[in-house]
Each structure stands twice: as C-alpha cells, then as structure tokens.
Design a protein around this ligand. Structure first.
Ligand code: ATR
Length: 279
C-alpha cells in the first residue's frame, strides 16, 4: 500500500456475500487507480465505533449494507436523498466531515434509463411493490423524475401509508387485492420486495394486463432473471434487474472515493452475472 493509496469498503453483517468488492475492484483495475476496496464484517455492537473511526482505519468512505443503513444515516451528515429516504448506503469523508447519501435512488433510476430510454416521458402512473427501505428509495427516485402517481402495494398497508406521509399525495397506498386492477394498462411496475428472491416466497403477478410499452423492474438479483422479468421479456417488454441497479448505484460512491466517474459496461455486467450464476 502506497502513501497515496485510497481505500473504501463495504460494511455489513454479514459482509462476505457482498458483490461490491468484485465490482469496485474491477473499476480500480480498469481505471488504473491506486486504490483498494474491502469487505468489513462488523457486528451491531461494534458498528458505531467502526463508523466513527473510518479515517483512522485508512478509509475515505464506505458502502453500508444490511443491517447498518439506519445507524449510518444517524452518524453522518445526510444529503437530500438520504434524508428523503431515511437511510444511507454510501459514506464519504469530506474535509474530515462524514457525509452520506442514498445511491439506491440513482441505482434504480439509472438502470431504468439504460434499459428503457424515455420511460419517464411515457409513464404517468407507476406501481411499486413493497414499502421497506428499498421501496422508499424506488419511490423517491420516481418522484424525483416527476412521476405524478405512484401506487405503493404492500402487505402491511400502514407502511405504504407511512410512505404517503413521507412523500406526499403522489403516493397512493394499496393492498395486494387491488393489484390486478392497477396493472391494467400500467406503464411501469417495480418489485421492491424480497419476493421472487432465491429461497424466498414466489412473486405471483400477471404481467399480461400491462401496457404494450410498459417497463418492468425487479430489485432482486438472485436469480438474475426472476419469473417476473422472464414473463415481462416474453411479452417483449423492457426490463431491468437487480444487478443493473447494483451496478448503477455503485457509480457515485466510486466517484466520491476515487475521483473518477466509472462506466457501467456489458463486460462488468457479465463479470458479476457469472459470479452470481456460479453461487
Ligand atoms: P428492504 O429494506 O430491503 O426493502 P424490508 O424493509 O424488510 O427490506 O422490506 C421488505 C419488503 O418486502 C416489505 O415491503 C415487505 O412487506 P411488509 O412491509 O408487509 O413486511 C415485503 N415482503 C417481504 N416478504 C413478503 C411476503 N411474504 N409477502 C408480501 N410482502 C413481503
């Protein structure tokens, strides 16, 4: 390690499963940067101390994953996106001050822009499944892009209602029973639940009622092609998956830590996709 080398890490509990070291490691090599990116498995008991001593541990910043996004938010100076979503997934030291943002917002939006250019001009109403932390980032991204009506479907209706309290009346809480009616002619459907993920319950949604120019997005990336995305593709609809989101959310952190804005390329997608498929 040279004096100039910059290091960042992903902090989680667990952290070993994270794909971020492979992803950032690829960019470090590709852009010939004197940098390092590691995984740090830190327990809830130790997380506050760890975040408080990032600089002395030699880090210029970090990604934050489960279950530490709330405490990372509390212990840092959040930007507008982290404040709006109420969670932080990216930290960086700015002249000694620890700042944070939530790049899941631009991850979701960046993946949509790449897979379905012009989607926002076509979409008047969107359907988001899920009202957890990922759902909040997805909904905030849609609001930032001017989508005026967002149906938030959630098992626990109170959480969808809390989302309306947070973001205003463009959020329309709904139950799963209402979904078949909402799907008719809809232009954007985003799954922000864990349903359909390997080892979780399946997600049963009939995409046949969606508009012919609809786009379907899924935050799940194991498997890469969820049954929801397979059905959407079979209909010829544009789709973006959880790996697209993961790659696009990583761009800003890399830029903040290492000073180069990296590109999401097919080569990088294929590298990570092979890793996921092998697991
Ligand atoms: P994250 O921060 O990744 O979004 P989360 O806060 O635990 O994780 O949210 C998970 C989302 O998946 C929630 O919307 C959850 O619905 P509830 O709010 O009702 O819990 C949804 N979810 C998880 N398992 C589900 C299931 N079996 N059926 C319906 N929704 C489910």
């Amino acid at each position: 390690m040279s004096d100039q080398q910059r290091a960042a890490c992903v902090i989680g509990y667990p952290a070993k499963h994270s794909r971020s070291p492979k992803l950032h490691g690829y960019w470090i090599k590709h852009y010939n940067i004197d940098g390092d990116y590691r995984a740090e498995e830190i327990s809830p008991d130790d997380i506050a101390d760890f975040i408080g001593s990032l600089a002395s541990k030699g880090y210029v910043g970090a990604n934050i994953t489960m279950p530490h996004k709330d405490i990372a938010f509390e212990l840092s100076e959040p930007d507008q996106r982290a404040t709006a979503v109420g969670a932080a997934n990216t930290l960086w030291l700015d002249a000694g001050k620890l700042r944070s943002t939530n790049t899941d917002v631009e991850g979701f939006i960046g993946a949509l822009d790449a897979s379905s250019p012009g989607w926002d001009a076509r979409t008047n109403a969107a359907i988001v499944l899920g009202a957890g932390g990922a759902g909040r980032a997805v909904v905030y991204g849609l609001i930032e892009r001017g989508i005026g009506k967002i149906h938030v479907v959630n098992r626990t209706l109170e959480k969808a209602q809390a989302m309306r309290d947070r973001f205003g009346n463009s959020v329309q809480p709904a139950t799963w029973d209402e979904l078949p009616e909402l799907l008719k002619g809809a232009k954007l459907l985003a799954n922000a639940t864990s349903l359909g993920m390997h080892g979780h319950e399946p997600l049963n949604v009939d995409v046949s009622a969606l508009a012919d120019d609809a786009v379907v997005s899924d935050i799940v990336y194991v498997p890469l092609t969820t049954p929801l995305l397979a059905a959407a593709r079979a209909r010829g609809l544009d789709t973006s998956n959880g790996l697209d989101m993961l790659l696009h959310q990583a761009v800003r952190g890399f830029e903040l830590w290492f000073g180069t804005r990296p590109k999401v390329t097919k080569e990088l997608y294929d590298l990570l996709a092979a890793d996921i498929e092998a697991s």
